[in-house]
Design a protein around this ligand. Structure first.
Ligand code: DQA
Length: 141
């Protein structure tokens, strides 16, 4: 059975109450529950991880080597700043997709650049919570 790791970065633990006009009212717990239900239907195993700390996210990516077949990550604000998370993906070479709930290209200029997406398979931006589920479907194939 394929194993897929889902990583959510800083401030995403506050989904539901954080800027709902941008990110909606769905909590991270609800997103993770929807992913678990979808994973069962698709016959894949998932693990969900959230951290506000860059180093913890990097450690999690390192520990995924030889354990997980793919990673779905919303690096949140680290998308736009973290050379270290990009280098972690380049090091472990696990296929990964970057997901953003909001359309980062319709927002402030500093959100238009991802340091991480160029070393991943691709990016889903602006499809809300469905972005995570679509990435899961892609990897379950
Ligand atoms: C986000 C977009 C980022 O620019 C922002 O810093 C986030 C959330 C999104 O899911 O739309 O925290 O990754």
């Amino acid at each position: 059975m394929k194993k897929i790791l889902i990583i959510n970065g800083p401030n995403l633990n506050l989904l539901g109450t954080r800027e709902p006009e941008i990110y909606g009212k769905t909590t991270l717990k609800t997103i993770e529950q929807a992913l678990k239900e979808k994973a069962e239907k698709l016959n894949v195993e998932i693990e969900c991880f959230q951290s506000n700390i860059e180093g913890e996210i990097i450690n999690k990516i390192h520990s995924a080597k030889n354990v997980f077949d793919a990673i779905i990550i919303n690096p949140a604000a680290y998308t736009h700043t973290s050379v270290a998370i990009r280098d972690a993906f380049s090091s472990v070479k696990i296929p990964a997709i970057e997901v953003h709930i909001s359309n980062v290209y319709s927002r402030e200029d500093f959100r238009h650049n991802s340091l991480i997406a160029p070393v991943l398979i691709g990016q889903i931006s602006g499809l809300g919570v469905d972005g995570y589920l679509l990435a899961l479907e892609f990897f379950a194939k």
